[in-house]
Design a protein around this ligand. Structure first.
Ligand code: DGL
Length: 283
């Protein structure tokens, strides 16, 4: 029994890294769908189909729980898969499997409220609106998931999203830091212009962006708090396993890395983040 972690590419490794630290004895299988990356410019139906195929692959590898370490898959496909596919699939394979996302933990961290929280009607009591800026892929931005879910819980928090159509692909391809810095600065300026001032907090709403979190911090005003998805996801998964003892994360400390793309090593930005060489098997 093991934990599956899924992303279109290497972005999810930023979450995976934190999960491995949090659950050092657990068995993990990471799947990067690099043959189809990036997901951020694809249609909703393509993202649903690819995410489902990734989950099936990880369940076939013996995973019980799959974490979608991809905002695009989580915001576009997760609800659909949980409602329309998973119930029948569980019956078909005859064991209790589940798929979890990273948007819920991020919204919990951003609002400081548990997901199930019943919002109170703040009515005219709102004195000041805090603005959260979200940087994400176009598919995540178009889903408006952060705007909708934060608004349901916190009437005193407004969300503005900035789509970054090229950034995940550039990180996936190992672009230089100079190139990435210019693109990130452009997006921070565009968001600031649209809001009319800087946001009060920021969410890096694409797991690829964690690799360049320092470049986002440099481009944003000094000291602006950034919500980090890897930490939020590890906290949420820990709570999930406490509530669901039927799922065992394993005890063998197995680490497997699969890709639908080119097997072998990843580029230096990824290895530097991981803290050592990483070799991927063909999925
Ligand atoms: N890392 C992913 C995300 O969090 C996907 C990026 C992409 O494939 O476009 O959205």
């Amino acid at each position: 029994m093991s934990i599956g972690v899924f992303d279109s590419g290497v972005g999810g490794l930023t979450v995976h890294h934190r999960l491995v630290e949090r659950f050092p004895q657990a068995d993990f299988v990471y799947l990067a769908d690099q043959a189809n990356a990036p997901y951020g410019g694809k249609t909703g139906e393509e993202i649903v189909a690819l995410t489902r195929a990734g989950c099936e692959r990880l369940f076939a590898e013996g995973c019980d729980v799959v974490v979608l370490a991809c905002n695009t898959a989580a915001s576009v496909a997760l609800r659909r898969l949980q409602q329309t596919w998973l119930p029948g699939y569980r019956k078909q394979i005859g064991r209790p499997v589940n798929v979890l996302g990273i948007v819920v933990p991020t919204i919990e961290a951003a609002t400081g409220l548990p997901w199930e929280h019943e919002p109170e009607d703040l009515g005219e009591k709102i004195e000041k609106v805090e603005i959260i800026g979200v940087f994400s892929t176009p598919a995540t931005t178009n889903s408006r998931v952060y705007e909708i879910e934060v608004d349901k819980r916190r009437g005193d928090v407004a969300v503005f999203s900035e789509p970054c159509p090229e950034l995940a692909r550039m990180i996936e391809a190992g672009a230089s830091r100079e190139e990435l810095k210019a693109v990130i600065e452009g997006h921070v300026q565009a968001l600031t212009k649209r809001i009319g001032r800087s946001p009060d907090r920021a969410i890096l709403g694409c797991t690829h962006y964690e690799y360049v979190a320092d470049l986002f911090r440099e481009a944003l005003p000094a000291g602006l708090p950034v919500i980090h998805q890897p930490e939020a996801t590890a906290d949420a998964l820990q709570r999930y396993f406490e509530r669901h003892p039927e799922f065992s994360p394993g005890t063998g400390a197995v680490r497997r890395f699969l890709t639908t793309g080119q097997p072998g090593a990843q580029h230096s930005l990824v290895e530097a983040f991981w803290g050592g060489p990483l070799s991927f098997e063909k999925a």
